[in-house]
Design a protein around this ligand. Structure first.
Ligand SMILES: Cc1cc2nc3c(=O)[nH]c(=O)nc-3n(C[C@H](O)[C@H](O)[C@H](O)COP(=O)(O)OP(=O)(O)OC[C@H]3O[C@@H](n4cnc5c(N)ncnc54)[C@H](O)[C@@H]3O)c2cc1C
Length: 305
């Protein structure tokens, strides 16, 4: 493996690839060991060079955006980690009125850009700390809004064929916290959004949502947002609270007192702490209410259960 990594490093180093990069700094949980090789491509050519070279060398690839929905193993990630972040960002208002965003653009920047141009439809997205690519991969949503409602075109790299494609999403390709535009099948490189004119209440809604987040979410602590998907007919946070788990901790990982759906890192939580707490929560909620919670966050790296 080491030799294959060295050969891949030789190809990607001129474009900025670095070895042994601690991933804690690249995740909102502030948890995670090193990526064997870490690369932030600046454009589609660098992205495809990285993915095609890794494929040719048989090196595993992990793809991330802003790292706000990830739990990365303390033992780090074997192979190549590709991050589509600020190096891959940009926004444009097209002549047809659509807003175009590169995948590494922050969702908050997209929502604010749209609002600054008097375009409505992304108010709910301003407080979500992900990238546009991550939002498409998760079909991110809040307060009744979802990315699929405003998405009109996707540009992506097909990992199997190595082609860049551009098209409208088809019916059913994005659903509740799942999407066809997600690694390992595809890498979203850009997206276009169809928005409407401000109905006069847009700024007020943005203020209201951001106040709600500040009041109801433990934003002072590192986390990955809601840990679990919403089970049909229930709210994960309410089930967790009803099981008496608010404030329950394993090491540095704690079920938030403010919002039981969040697990927070109170200082030096390890990924093992978070895993153990997730399993404890799932077991207790199952015992108490008969509902098996499914994680929404993605687990990456070595030695994951
Ligand atoms: C405080 C807080 C509040 C949050 N609130 C919300 C909320 O209200 N609603 C909500 O939906 N989420 C919320 N989240 C979760 C998270 O912000 C979203 O899921 C976000 O869309 C993830 O984007 P990301 O760029 O951080 O993706 P990452 O966490 O980096 O990656 C998530 C997944 O997407 C894949 N992926 C990332 N980029 C791409 C790409 N370009 N192409 C293909 N696959 C890709 C990754 O491989 C991974 O599987 C919250 C998180 C935090 C910390």
């Amino acid at each position: 493996m080491e030799q294959r990594i060295d050969r891949l490093f030789a190809i990607l180093a001129p474009y900025g690839a670095v070895k042994d990069v601690p991933l804690a700094a690249h995740t909102s949980f502030r948890i995670g060991g090193p990526a064997q090789l870490f690369f932030e491509p600046g454009d589609g050519a660098a992205l495809s060079l990285a993915l095609e070279s890794a494929k040719a060398e048989g090196v595993a690839v992990t793809l991330m955006g802003n790292g706000s929905n990830l739990l990365v193993s303390d033992a780090g990630v074997e192979g190549l980690v590709v991050k589509l972040g600020s190096a891959f960002s940009g926004l444009e208002l097209r002549e047809d009125g659509q807003v175009f965003a590169l995948a590494g653009t922050l969702l908050s920047a997209l929502a604010n850009f749209a609002a600054d141009h008097g375009l409505m439809g992304l108010e709910w997205a301003a407080g979500i700390p992900g990238s546009v690519g991550g939002a498409l991969a998760m079909n991110a949503g809040a307060y009744g809004g979802e990315i699929r409602q405003v998405l009109c075109e996707v540009e992506y790299f097909d990992a199997q064929t190595g082609e860049f494609l551009r098209r409208a999403p088809s019916e059913g390709e994005l659903g509740y916290r799942q999407s066809a535009f997600a690694w390992p099948a595809r890498v979203t490189t850009a997206a276009a959004f169809r928005l409407g004119p401000d109905d006069g209440g847009m700024r007020e809604r943005m203020r209201e949502y951001s106040e709600k987040r500040r009041a109801k979410q433990p934003l002072a602590y590192p986390s990955a947002g809601s840990v679990f998907k919403r089970p049909p007919g229930h709210f994960a946070g309410a089930l967790i609270e009803a099981a008496g788990l608010k404030g329950v901790a394993v090491g540095g990982a704690e079920v938030s007192e403010l919002h039981a759906g969040f697990i927070i890192n109170t200082g030096n939580a390890s990924s093992a702490d978070v895993h153990a707490l997730i399993e404890l929560v799932r077991r207790r909620v199952l015992e108490r209410s008969g509902v098996l919670l499914e994680p929404e966050i993605k687990f990456i790296g070595r030695e994951q259960p």
